[in-house]
Design a protein. Structure first.
Length: 641
């Protein structure tokens, strides 16, 4: 059913959950919901899929199973990867990798390393991809697993190809193909043929390149036709370069049909771009214009889909956080009520004992106590009502501040995206009118294509800017992401990392680190993020009018704590601003590109992740921040979700 109709499979999952509600365990319900989320992704119901995944994550808090949480991040990462949202996919795969390592299950660890390598490959980070692929291959070779060995060699070949090490890539793909043919892994051999075709093309051997690409297409069309789009486009490029128009056109037509039916937005855009080049080479300007229009629409569809899934994901997470807050508040109220009930019970036992000893006098005390209890009950109800109203008001205020801040920051890039798309639509309409009136020249078409490319580039930049803002908004939370706990010397660590950071600052800053070596057990990457936020804050605000910028960091060990005293010689922070500096979206340079998140990220990193505290120390000049950290972090008391 899942293969023929994912929508029906999702409905069937709901029926099973409804029918066997009482018989299923919590873990079984979660696994069924994961299947439902996967079906929803397949039918493009991304919003519902994200809500289902958020529900699974919430339910998993009561289940002691790392595989449940591992599946959540893996499925989320796959959804992002399918829409070319590689940064989001990487974040989720890294979290699943952290969980897999805690599970100490070699299969999950190696498979996740391979997934991470693929994301780095898509992002063009070939050296990092090679490191993960090498570990995957070495493990498969040690355990003599031919299928995984062939996969590892194929992946290593792609990493070397990306680094333009074509001979190394050729040897790896040849070895991968030999293993797959020896063990009759026919379908998987198509990947080796595809990559051999690309590699031979890079080496200038056109004949061998065409032969391997043709084999890749034939194998994939027998098992999974949509996977044949890639080799089809590569083969079509060769045909266009050879001016073999008769062979190139059917390849492009079939690739477009497969990309359209399987909703592969990126490959559809690549196919239309290649079709535009095909018509330009033949000087068929109307057809080239039509292909350019379809290419622009495909890119817009991809960007729109990426924006939808990003908003749906974070909206689901925000809704889940709000529900958790409500549960915590109700739990606290129940604890208070239980304590009051226990206190009343103890008082009643005392009264019963007193009745046996005192007699008539006890009756008077009972009457007085009943009156007092009634008054206390009324007072308690009043306090509960007041507490409820204050909590609701505080939550609404925080939510209003967060939403308005996000909306304000996202307004500019999204406004530019809308303006760019509107402009492109107007230009396209003008060009169509000229074409219809037979007034369109080749130069006019070229100018239109150049303008369209510039507008699409502007749209892409602002979409990436909006995505970057959302990623920076995510830093407000206390997520550990891929950071690992380890023992490290704070003075040596800061000396090494800050020298690299200085090169990226927009000011020439003299940084001096003072103190004896102190080793702590904590999260070095999170500590570096906190110090980086302080340096960026000094450069953006404190050193705006300062010529000789100086920063000193004193490292002091005191008992079981480590104190970092950060002091700059900038303009300082006025008293009226000091009480707001750790609030999100608060900045003294609003409208100048600053989000006002730096010191809020610092506060969350120090307090919620590192288990310490941070405060602003009064000083006569500049700004002085004090960070107090435990020498050994107690990660059981810190929310690492």
């Amino acid at each position: 059913m899942a293969a023929n109709s994912p929508a029906q499979a999702a409905d069937k999952t709901d029926e099973l959950l409804q029918l066997h509600q009482m018989q299923l365990t919590q873990a079984q319900k979660i696994r069924l919901l994961y299947g439902k989320a996967w079906f929803q992704i397949q039918v493009d119901d991304i919003d519902l899929a994200m809500q289902t995944l958020a529900q699974c994550k919430h339910m998993s808090q009561t289940v002691d199973s790392d595989t449940i949480l591992f599946s959540y991040y893996s499925i989320s990462a796959s959804a992002f990867s399918n829409l070319a949202m590689y940064q989001r996919a990487l974040e989720n795969f890294l979290e699943s990798y952290r969980i897999a390592r805690l599970m100490d299950t070699e299969q999950y660890v190696r498979q996740t390393e391979n997934n991470i390598g693929h994301i780095y490959l898509k992002m063009g980070r070939y050296i990092q991809a090679q490191e993960y692929f090498q570990r995957f291959y070495d493990d498969a070779k040690a355990r003599e697993l031919p299928s995984q060995m062939a996969t590892g060699l194929n992946n290593l070949g792609e990493a070397w190809y990306g680094q333009q090490l074509y001979q190394e890539a050729l040897r790896a793909h040849q070895q991968s193909l030999a293993i797959r043919e020896q063990h009759q892994f026919t379908y998987h051999s198509s990947w080796s043929h595809h990559n051999l075709g690309r590699t031979y093309l890079a080496l200038g051997d056109i004949q061998k390149a065409q032969r391997h690409l043709t084999l890749a297409i034939q194998i994939r069309q027998q098992s999974n036709p949509s996977e044949s789009i890639g080799p089809m486009l590569d083969l079509a490029r060769i045909k266009i370069d050879q001016s073999d128009w008769q062979s190139a056109e059917p390849l492009l037509t079939e690739a477009l049909s497969l990309a359209q039916s399987s909703q592969r937005f990126q490959e559809r855009a690549d196919a239309y771009q290649l079709l535009m080049r095909y018509h330009q080479a033949q000087e068929n300007w109307p057809a080239a214009l039509s292909a350019a229009n379809q290419y622009a629409q495909s890119k817009f569809d991809l960007l729109n889909r990426q924006a939808q899934i990003g908003v749906a994901f974070y909206a689901a997470q925000l809704d889940l956080a709000a529900k958790d807050n409500d549960i915590a508040r109700l739990t606290q109220q129940n604890a208070i009520a239980s304590a009051k009930t226990e206190s009343a019970r103890q008082q009643m036992l005392t009264l019963i004992v007193a009745v046996t000893l005192v007699g008539v006098i006890t009756l008077l005390f009972i009457a007085r106590i009943r009156a007092k209890n009634q008054q206390l009950s009324q007072t308690l109800q009043h306090l509960k009502s007041t507490q409820r109203k204050l909590a609701d008001a505080e939550k609404m205020s925080a939510m209003t501040t967060l939403v308005s801040g996000m909306a304000h920051q996202l307004n500019t890039p999204l406004g530019l995206v809308i303006t760019s798309v509107s402009t492109l639509k107007d230009r396209l309409s003008q060009t169509k009118e000229k074409l219809h009136n037979k007034q369109l020249s080749g130069n006019q078409l070229s100018r239109f294509l150049e303008e369209a490319d510039e507008i699409l580039a502007l749209t892409n930049r602002n979409t990436e800017r909006a995505a970057d803002m959302i990623a920076r908004f995510k830093l407000i939370s206390t997520s550990l992401e891929s950071s690992e706990m380890k023992h490290f010397d704070v003075v040596g660590f800061l000396n090494d990392r800050l020298q690299l950071l200085k090169r990226t600052l927009n000011k020439d800053v003299d940084i001096v680190i003072q103190g004896e070596p102190v080793e702590i057990y904590s999260y070095p990457d999170v500590l570096f993020k906190a110090i980086s936020q302080l340096l960026e804050n000094s450069c953006e605000h404190g050193f705006s009018q300062q010529q000789a910028a100086q920063v000193s960091i004193r490292v002091i060990q005191s008992g079981k704590n480590l104190t970092l005293v950060y002091q700059d010689n900038g303009s300082g922070i006025s008293k009226d601003k000091q009480k707001h500096i750790f609030n999100p979206f608060y900045t003294s340079q609003l409208g100048k590109g600053n989000l006002g998140l730096g010191l809020n990220i610092l506060y969350n990193a120090v307090v919620h992740i590192l288990g310490g505290e941070v405060y602003l120390e009064p000083t006569d000049s500049g700004a002085c921040f004090v960070i107090v950290l435990p020498l050994k972090i107690n990660n059981h008391s810190i929310n690492s979700d």
